[in-house]
Design a protein around this ligand. Structure first.
Ligand code: SF4
Ligand code: SF4
Length: 699
């Protein structure tokens, strides 16, 4: 034991003051360099509905729910480091006070408990850092790229933990015998106490040297860490939680609308602006997201473009945008050039975002739902596509014919619009023409282009019509009066054409007093449900799998479990974009012997078939084909049937099966086709209209 020391324990108040001054000045200056760019970009309100936003901050930020459930092991690792970081802030305050006045301890039982808990937190953080190194250098998951900054930051975190434990060891050995407060801390601090016992025989000068050395080493690491934060990806420690507060509300796949009236009526000399051309046209949250990206790579894990070798992953988009913003920082912060002069900022598409990158996206939304801090992707890509299409007329050549076909015939093939209902002629499906007829329906069946014109789709529509007839659901179609929702052209950036199509369809539906719609097409489902309210179309919209599941549950349809080895491919616009994962599975369970099979990438992690975002109509010349990759993912499960619930998925999966030479062994069937084949006759009310009862809508 050492006698009470007569030592100069001063840590240099001047030194600590200067260190803090330099570190905080550096931190704020570097942070402002980025935040000034954010402040210079386009405004957008991201603070409405504060209650819902705070809830998201709590669940996804403080509880780290997406981080943990998305990928549990690394999620837990991050959670330990994050909570350790928060918990140890109180310790750093203590160390700063020690710099001015030693001895300083947190008083009472709380102080002792804190000293004890701190040691365990530091050990847990060290274990988490060790796991992070092991993952990065031994496991090497595909989503992680080589990253020197991440290694440096992990090393700094480990250094902060180790130096703090060693500082405690020296401090306890040197001072605990003469200071009751420090002795109290020592009695709780298991690791610090053990280290103090280890150093117990050392000379006073050696203890003093260790005490000072590990104090300053630790503070240099802490304040070095602070200055490094705004320089790279670890800026997310500052911006991640606010970013969750500012994340976009509402449906995931909402295309930013364009006020066409304002654009068309732009005054003389006023620039006609649509979408995003340069970085200046981005909204502030786009830049905030680019600076917040943690580079964790989770957005790649089921991204169809990344998995098939195309030049698109959300992480890479953020890398490119971030670099571009910093390179052109001064020009952006200086604001737009005077009217009549050319903006020196280069266009984003073609340089920062490659043309192939822009058009590769299937808009499946996986990246956004996988991102633990809800960084966004689709909004800025839609706006870039809008600018390319509407302002520059520059888009993949295959889309030209598609746009023209929609303009003239309201379908992508340009087939005669008045033959839209021909598929149903022999089925006895009523075509409704008046509000009186519509009023008597349970549902209007919105068929959509794929199922009206494409022979593959027509089979699905036919099967569904038979199901509705079997279950006694009163339904009708619009026939030749039906027009396209325009979903596909909207995602291709042709907002003008989309709005024309949307207004025409809303006019028809509202004119007939339609209130309830069922459709087999998840893209139409998404548009009618989530996008049409903006154009005055407010309907109860239901997907055919949801209606079938209800009819089965209500006993209006009875199914034979006659199929084997059925695997369900999830349509993104039904699952991820609208949260419907259960209804299709509930139906499949009634159709199969044994449990349905599941892709490894299923539900929220399901990989797109490759047709979304108007990709259905574009050639796929880079990397492997997405539909082939998706079918390959099914093969280890040895399916006999790939079931799906979207006419585009059905085509893509059928082609993928054929490309792999499996067409004799694996069938692709829409759920409606399976149900129609497995219906037990007489379970429902018979053919449509045979029931005298005026049924209310199913469910
Ligand atoms: S929306 Fe889908 S295809 Fe596009 S970048 Fe995200 S995950 Fe990839
Ligand atoms: S966008 Fe999100 S998921 Fe992708 S690397 Fe950045 S933080 Fe990770």
């Amino acid at each position: 034991m050492h006698p009470p020391p007569k030592l100069d324990l001063s840590m240099s108040p001047l030194g600590i003051s200067l260190l803090m001054l330099v570190a905080f000045a550096g931190f704020f200056w570097l942070a402002w360099r980025k935040l000034a760019i954010v402040a210079a970009l386009q405004p957008e309100v991201r603070w409405d509905r504060p209650g819902a936003r705070l809830k998201r901050v709590f669940v996804h930020g403080l509880l780290q729910s997406r981080m943990i459930f998305g990928d549990p092991k690394p999620g837990l690792m991050h959670c330990v480091i994050f909570l350790g970081f928060v918990a140890l802030l109180a310790r750093k305050v203590q160390l700063i006070v020690i710099g001015y006045r030693e001895p300083f301890t947190y008083p009472g039982l709380a102080g002792g408990l804190f000293a004890g808990a701190k040691d365990f937190v530091e050990l847990a953080v060290l274990a988490a850092v060790g796991y992070a190194f092991w993952r990065r250098f031994v496991v090497k998951p595909v989503r992680l790229e080589a990253n020197r900054e991440a290694v440096l930051i992990l090393a700094l975190i480990a250094a902060i933990m180790v130096t703090d434990l060693l500082f405690d060891g020296f401090r306890f050995a040197l001072l605990a015998s003469g200071d009751p407060g420090i002795a109290h801390e020592r009695s709780y601090a298991v690791v610090g106490g053990a280290l103090a016992a280890l150093f117990g025989g050392w000379s006073e000068s050696a203890l003093l040297a260790g005490y000072h050395a590990f104090y300053w080493l630790q503070l240099l690491a802490v304040f070095g860490f602070l200055v490094l934060l705004p320089l790279g990806e670890h800026f997310h420690i500052v911006t991640g939680v606010p970013g969750l507060f500012f994340a976009k509300p509402g449906p995931l796949n909402r295309v930013p609308s364009v006020d066409l009236e304002r654009v068309m009526n732009a005054a003389d000399g006023e620039e006609m602006k649509v979408g995003v051309r340069t970085a200046r046209d981005l909204v502030w949250k786009d830049a905030f997201d680019a600076f917040t990206c943690t580079e964790c790579g989770r957005c790649k894990e089921a991204c169809p473009t990344f998995l098939t070798g195309k030049p698109l992953a959300l992480k890479w988009v953020h890398d490119s945008v971030k670099r571009h913003l910093m390179e052109h920082r001064e020009t952006i912060v200086a604001g737009p050039p005077p009217p009549g002069t050319e903006d020196p900022l280069p266009a984003l598409v073609g340089g920062v975002i490659g043309e192939d990158t822009l058009w590769a996206c299937t808009t499946c939304g996986y990246c956004e739902t996988a991102c633990p801090i809800e960084l966004e992707h689709l909004g800025k890509f839609y706006r870039m596509r809008q600018h390319r299409v509407m302002m520059e007329g520059a888009f993949p050549h295959e889309l030209k014919g598609v746009f023209e076909a929609y303009e003239v015939q309201s379908n992508p093939w340009g087939l005669a619009a008045d033959t839209r209902g021909a598929w149903a002629a022999a089925l006895g499906v009523p075509v409704v023409r008046s509000a009186d007829e519509v009023e008597k329906l349970d549902y209007l069946f919105y068929v959509g282009s794929a199922e009206s014109f494409d022979p593959r789709g027509q089979k699905i529509a036919t099967a569904f019509a038979r199901i509705l007839q079997q279950a006694g659901v009163k339904f009708g179609i619009l026939g030749a009066a039906e027009t396209s929702t325009g979903e596909c052209v909207r995602r291709a950036g042709n907002e003008m054409l989309f709005q024309q199509l949307a207004q025409a369809l809303v006019g028809t539906l509202n004119g007939l007093g339609v209130t309830r719609i069922v459709t087999c097409d998840p893209h139409a489902f998404n548009s009618l449900k989530n996008e049409y309210p903006e154009f005055g179309g407010r309907y109860e919209v239901i997907h055919h799998t949801q209606l079938i599941a209800r009819l089965v549950a209500e006993g209006r349809l009875t199914l034979r479990p006659q199929f084997e080895r059925v695997i369900y491919h999830e349509p993104c616009y039904l699952g991820r974009h609208n949260g419907e994962y259960e209804a299709p599975r509930a139906v499949i369970r009634r159709l199969t012997q044994g449990l349905p099979l599941e892709f490894d990438l299923s539900r929220g992690k399901a990989m797109c078939c490759g047709a979304g975002g108007a990709r259905m109509w574009m050639e796929e010349s880079i990397g492997t084909r997405i539909n082939v990759k998706r079918v390959e993912q099914a093969l280890p499960h040895a399916p006999k049937i790939i079931a799906t619930a979207c006419p585009y998925c059905a085509v893509m999966m059928t082609d993928g099966v054929a490309a792999l030479g499996k067409d004799g062994a694996i069938e692709t069937r829409d759920l409606a086709e399976l149900v129609a084949a497995a219906m037990v006759n007489g379970a429902g009310a018979g053919s449509q209209g045979s029931s005298a009862q005026d049924r209310s809508p199913a469910g």
